[in-house]
Design a protein. Structure first.
Length: 267
């Protein structure tokens, strides 16, 4: 797996915007990139389009309040009309009025949704994304909006101390897990109870937490990714020894070096 050229370019734009706005912590930057990857594939033009092909069980997981009591027949009819669908699932939340569910659906790198969030971006950046939501298809405007969103959430929305006793500011993170947990919390919703006292996820109803964590493999050695690489190296090395016992010493040295680099990347 590898990022394509457009994704690499957009990742660089996001990191440059983060640096400009004072989010200089590399773990936080990579966590934001992981969330952006899982939300939009690092393509800000990828707005929420349609759930017509999505299974009803999955829709109920994502929008339980709005669709949980609907029959399959009702949900089948609703999801065929994308405008009606978004106007229904986003009705009366995030500041939305009539028609805002569709008009202000998820856009940008982190799929910003709802009138309240669009207004906040307009007020902070001066870009009138309320009047012209498709401005968020521009990678520079989308990066500005995403970093503004995460910076506000990290600095004012959540208590950073719960992610580590020494974390007093957004640039104090010293490991990937705590940074990712904080950034994910901002993205998922500040009012949600997501973690236990040990900082472990307790609410990953939609699978978004794991999806974002897996995406970190593109930017820094995430735990799951590093473990997978180590296991694959062990498997390949065992097979090589079986085929040629004389290579044992060289393989042991190579394997030890590889695992050291993986551990170093995780720490």
């Amino acid at each position: 797996m590898a990022l394509n050229e457009l994704q690499k370019k957009n990742a660089a734009i996001i990191k440059a915007e983060a640096e400009k706005e004072g989010l200089k912590n590399k773990f936080v930057q990579d966590a934001i990139l992981g969330i952006a990857y899982k939300e939009s594939g690092l393509n800000p033009a990828a707005s929420e389009v349609s759930y017509a092909g999505t299974k009803n069980a999955r829709i109920r997981e994502i929008f339980p309040t709005k669709t949980g009591k609907m029959s399959d027949a009702e949900l089948d009819a609703l999801k065929k009309d994308k405008e009606k669908f978004f106007n229904h699932v986003y009705a009366g939340i995030i500041g939305n009025g009539p028609g805002d569910g569709w008009r202000l659906r998820g856009r940008g790198f982190n799929q910003i949704t709802g009138l309240d969030n669009y207004k906040a971006i307009k007020d902070s950046t001066g870009k009138d994304v309320v009047a012209d939501p498709d401005l968020l298809s521009d990678p520079h405007i989308a990066a500005e909006a995403a970093i503004d969103y995460f910076k506000k959430g990290l600095e004012k929305g959540i208590k950073l101390g719960k992610f580590g006793p020494d974390i007093k500011s957004v640039n104090d993170f010293k490991d990937m897990k705590s940074a990712y947990n904080a950034v994910y919390h901002v993205n998922a919703g500040l009012g949600k109870q997501l973690y236990d006292k040990g900082g472990n996820i307790i609410n990953d109803r939609t699978g978004g937490y794991k999806k974002g964590l897996d995406a970190l493999a593109f930017f820094r050695g995430a735990i799951d990714f590093g473990t997978a690489v180590a296991k694959e190296q062990v498997k390949e090395s065992v097979e090589a020894v079986k085929n040629n016992p004389k290579t044992t010493a060289a393989i042991v040295i190579m394997l030890a070096s590889g695992i050291f680099l993986i551990i170093k990347g995780i720490s």
